[in-house]
Design a binder for this molecule. Structure first.
Ligand SMILES: [Zn+2]
Length: 299
């Protein structure tokens, strides 16, 4: 069968390499990155989740080839964040440079999640306040933003339209209705999908994957997400998963960057697109998205 990825360089558009489930030693992270590169995955957008992990994200992106840094406060952590974090985030976004000496940071992962436990008015308000403060920074600094949106699509889309100077938006792991997708497309957003979105049990995820425009799709692992060995609803996993490592006693699988290869094949199947054609389109999409991340000026 086709081996389309020998010449292709793929990007994992959303991963949390700083999470200690990837291991606490540099050698552990190197192991996952090496396996990813062997599978053709050479670029990794490593997303922060709170001020507590920004230094670790920065260190990883300064140390390993192909790792780009995103700094932001995840909606799950919005309520807990305290102190004067905005200037700290601004500093990470403006002064950080990746190992290549060129690539600056972007914003992520930020957003709204109204599926959290104990959702009340305070939680909603805090999430929105922290989300807006971060978008406002990205808007004034001209950096792309990675967005998490769960049960809040309409509000997220409304808010995103208020910050039109953000040069690229990535709606990661998004599940949406056709109307919401149409509205997101108008903002110019990209959409990245992981194995979870294409799992045989993920009816709404697969419908979203089938509906978004072909020139807006990216792949992500969202590692270190753990996948149930038999899918989320006990349905068998359809596509072969490369390099997924058995991680826990109950057989859960760590979704690592190399896994985006099988996710990409599954997306091609869902969209009834030849695999080679899908990956060629993907390469163009990646180029457009990653070009929006600023580079260090030469002078
Ligand atoms: Zn994530």
């Amino acid at each position: 069968m086709v081996e389309p990825l020998r010449r292709t360089e793929l990007s994992d558009a959303h991963v949390h390499l700083q999470d200690d489930r990837f291991g606490s030693d540099w050698a552990d992270i190197e192991k996952y990155l090496t396996r990813a590169r062997e599978a053709g995955v050479v670029r990794f957008l490593c997303a922060g989740t709170s001020p507590a992990d920004w230094n670790r994200v920065a260190e990883i992106a300064r140390r390993f080839d192909g790792v780009l840094a995103a700094f932001g406060i995840h909606p799950w952590k919005a309520r807990k964040v305290s102190g004067d974090w905005i200037p700290v985030l601004a500093k990470f976004l403006t002064s950080f440079v990746s190992k290549d000496g060129e690539t600056r940071a972007s914003l992520g992962e930020v957003g709204l999640d109204f599926a959290v436990r104990d959702l009340d008015e305070t939680e909603r308000r805090e999430q929105e306040r922290v989300f807006r403060a971060q978008l406002s920074l990205a808007n004034s600094l001209g950096v792309p933003a990675t967005i998490h949106s769960v049960r809040a699509n309409e509000l997220v889309l409304k808010i995103l339209r208020e910050y039109p100077k953000i040069p690229a938006l990535l709606l990661h792991g998004w599940i949406a209705t056709p109307n919401e997708i149409a509205s997101a497309v108008e903002t110019g957003a990209f959409f990245s999908f992981s194995a979870r979105s294409v799992d045989p049990s993920a009816t709404r995820g697969r419908a979203t994957v089938a509906t978004v425009p072909r020139d807006r799709i990216l792949l992500e692992s969202d590692g270190p997400r753990l996948l149930p060995p038999n899918g989320y609803a006990g349905a068998p996993i359809a596509s072969p998963r490369v390099y997924l490592e058995r991680k826990s006693a109950d057989g859960f699988l760590l979704e690592e960057p190399a896994a985006i290869l099988s996710t990409g094949r599954e997306i091609a199947a869902i969209r009834k697109t030849p695999v080679e054609e899908f990956f060629a389109q993907l390469a163009l999409n990646e180029r457009r998205f990653f070009q929006a991340i600023p580079v260090k000026s030469k002078n």
